[in-house]
Design a protein around this ligand. Sequence first.
Ligand SMILES: NC(=O)C1=CN([C@@H]2O[C@H](COP(=O)(O)OP(=O)(O)OC[C@H]3O[C@@H](n4cnc5c(N)ncnc54)[C@H](OP(=O)(O)O)[C@@H]3O)[C@@H](O)[C@H]2O)C=CC1
Ligand SMILES: O=C1O[C@H](COP(=O)(O)O)[C@@H](O)[C@H](O)[C@H]1O
Length: 494
Amino acid sequence: MNILATENKALITLFGATGDLAKRKLYTSLFKLYQKGYLADHFALLGTSRHELSDDEFEKMVLDSIKDIPAKDGEAEAFAKHFFYCAHDVTKPEHYVKLKDRLAELDKQFGTEGNRLFYMSMAPQFFGTIAINLKKQGLITDKGYNRLVIEKPFGRDFDSAKKLNDELSQTFEENQIFRIDHYLGKEMVQNIQALRFGNPIIEALWNNRYIDNIQVTLSEKLGVEERAGYYDKSGALRDMLQNHIMQVVAQLAMEEPVAFTDDDVRVEKIKALRSLRVYTPSEAAANFVRGQYDAGNGTNAYRNEDGVDPESGTETFVAAKLMFDNYRWSGVPFYVRTGKKLADKFTRIDVVFKKPLIDIFANPDAKNQNLASNVLTIYVEPKSGFALQLNAKHVGQGYTTEPVDLQFLQSDSAKKESPEPYERLFHDALEGNHTNFASWAEIAYAWKFVDVIRNLWDIEKPSFPNYVPGSMGPAAADELLARDGRKWVYRLNR
Ligand SMILES: NC(=O)C1=CN([C@@H]2O[C@H](COP(=O)(O)OP(=O)(O)OC[C@H]3O[C@@H](n4cnc5c(N)ncnc54)[C@H](OP(=O)(O)O)[C@@H]3O)[C@@H](O)[C@H]2O)C=CC1
Ligand SMILES: O=C1O[C@H](COP(=O)(O)O)[C@@H](O)[C@H](O)[C@H]1O
């Protein structure tokens, strides 16, 4: 129990309560909030799905999900007593009546003061229907708050995202909607703002006078695993770039907010994304690279994975060059990439600074005497911290320079203490804090940017597969930088 924790009184309705996400992430996150005192006596969760389950069976399912979390005697059982279940098909309006009655009872029983949080952990085609029925069937309260937490993906393109947003808006105001992007719940992604706006020596250099380029890499070692059904229709562009990468980039590109409040942060992220250059189709073709993994290193090619179309044209890798047309970033490329079956699992941001205009240490008689670029690396995962690569004199006779690192890495114990993204985001939604959720305007700008290349790729047949598992993607991703005279900071020797 954290003595500074304030209890959140809330009645949570979870759509998709028997699903993978609920079992793997949501119950564990809620349990951790309970252990720390953010949830206590005045909370209850009503789980729903089409499955027929009794309250006892649901309680057992929740206990099973949290069984690996160290707990005091009786703590898990006491927590599970806050869980209830109601079989429900979200497409059947008449089923909402039962739900409504059950919620009214639980509200009374647990003293949740009319605070309702509806969490949609279901396939996205149901999001709009649920929101509309919540209002029509009277599940929205006029006492306390009504909040909607919504999982990804938010649409497949701008038009479908807008349609979904219009449906949600029939019931919920923008300030009641919490669109999950779990990258915004990661410690080091949240740290970007502290690093930038808490350190004048960083912020003073954070512009096109001093920064040459910024690189964002979200690299995955695993392949598509059991999610082929979803992934083969999505691809890396929709699955990772449109949401996670764009959110990270927005935090790197935004101006300093007036204050560190959710509204002020949102305003600046939206402004940044508004200045992102939306390419013409031919510019998009030149500034995006797609890839799909082949067989190799003892693993299947993507096209031979279970559930994948053997002729699939879905990309499992994407790299892109983004340009912002604004005063701060004019001329500075943001190179981004993500993919499955790459060399390793990690997320990092490399901020590459410009070299001095004149290198007084350059020695024309010796090789490799040029000054290296200063690079600020933000390690998001698996290690968390920062490193700043500077140039220093090589120890010894003569005068040569070499790059050295100033490094801060979080200790293992600090990392253990740090909440998982879903724990943080659940807590923020209970508190009504939007800082780490994506607003509709951000999502809309991101889709408009992505739609150009998606429309092109949907009609042009790719020449796949084009990269081997264990690499950092297709050679074209290196060429994307090489044509600008640059290299990825993190690269393997080919
Ligand atoms: N799993 C993950 O790692 C991640 C998931 N997400 C997102 O989270 C959401 C949920 O994903 P996930 O848990 O994997 O999905 P699952 O397919 O595992 O679960 C779907 C849930 O919805 C229920 N359901 C399906 N149809 C209906 C219906 N008509 N009425 C009521 N309930 C229904 C299912 O139960 P039943 O069939 O019994 O009705 C089940 O509980 C998706 O939006 C996904 O994109 C996001 C990031 C990661
Ligand atoms: O949203 C998603 O993210 C995961 C990667 O998340 P991470 O926290 O493990 O980096 C990705 O595997 C999945 O395809 C995607 O839907």
